[in-house]
Design a protein around this ligand. Structure first.
Ligand code: SF4
Length: 241
């Protein structure tokens, strides 16, 4: 008999139910869904997110204090010399491109938005160096606007292992997650998946034996677990908490 499918996502209903259960577990294990990039305003988060491409959040947090001191807003950054910005952000990698994008972004904000970071996805993605992921980060985390789901490398990997999507394309994954979860969960979902991807569901060596999501995770794309190890953890993993 064919599996019952959800009209919203097209996924089998049991996949949708396991996804909801997994989100409950994620909320319990990561009650505070925070961004790891230090910031005190939408401008600072936008700058930090642009710098975080191909770089760790910890490294970005090391360079942003001096950068924000030198350029505390879009108006000052728009007038910056490329060389000066490069010196401050060099250790984040791809520093020439990033410096050009930062200055270009700031000029766009000053010229088109009166110096204020725009609060819409459509306006943000017009700025140099700002893609859909960066725009969703700024809108969701700094402005509390659920414009979509942030899809990075962790969200891509976990969503596939968990069977929430079959795609590796960020925009397709975002659409799948937006169909699967209510809007109120979109902002926290990506933060929690990113935390989980860093701590437990690590690329190439996911710690499935320690993972509270195991009862609700089909582990798509991963080899079978050792039966003995599963048995040893059986009692604990039998609970959905
Ligand atoms: S059970 Fe394994 S694959 Fe599934 S989320 Fe946990 S660590 Fe990742």
């Amino acid at each position: 008999m064919a599996k019952r499918r959800s009209s919203n996502t097209g996924l089998p209903a049991d996949v949708e139910e396991r996804a909801k259960a997994a989100l409950r577990v994620l909320k319990k294990h990561y009650p505070i869904a925070e961004c790891a990039l230090n910031h005190e305003s939408p401008y600072e988060l936008l700058v930090a997110t642009i710098l975080s491409a191909q770089c760790t959040d910890a490294r970005v947090n090391l360079v942003t204090p001096a950068l924000f001191l030198a350029y505390p807003n879009a108006a000052t950054l728009a007038k910056a010399r490329q060389d000066d910005v490069e010196k401050l952000i060099r250790s984040t990698g791809f520093f020439r491109n990033k410096a050009a994008n930062l200055i270009g972004m700031a000029k766009g904000v000053v010229e088109k938005h009166n110096g204020e970071i725009p609060a819409s996805l459509e306006d943000l993605v017009q700025l140099p160096g700002v893609g859909r992921k960066t725009a969703n980060v700024v809108l969701g985390t700094a402005m509390g606007i659920a414009s979509g789901v942030v899809v990075d490398t962790h969200v891509t990997r976990l969503s596939n292992h968990l069977g929430w999507t079959t795609s590796r394309n960020a925009e397709r994954i975002e659409q799948d997650l937006m169909a699967l979860f209510p809007k109120r969960d979109w902002i926290g979902l990506s933060h929690r998946l990113i935390h989980h991807g860093r701590q437990i569901c690590i690329a190439r060596r996911p710690k499935c034996h320690e993972c509270p999501l195991l009862p609700n995770c089909p582990r798509v794309g991963l080899p079978d677990l050792e039966p003995a190890a599963v048995a040893a953890r059986g009692a604990k993993l039998g609970r959905n908490d």
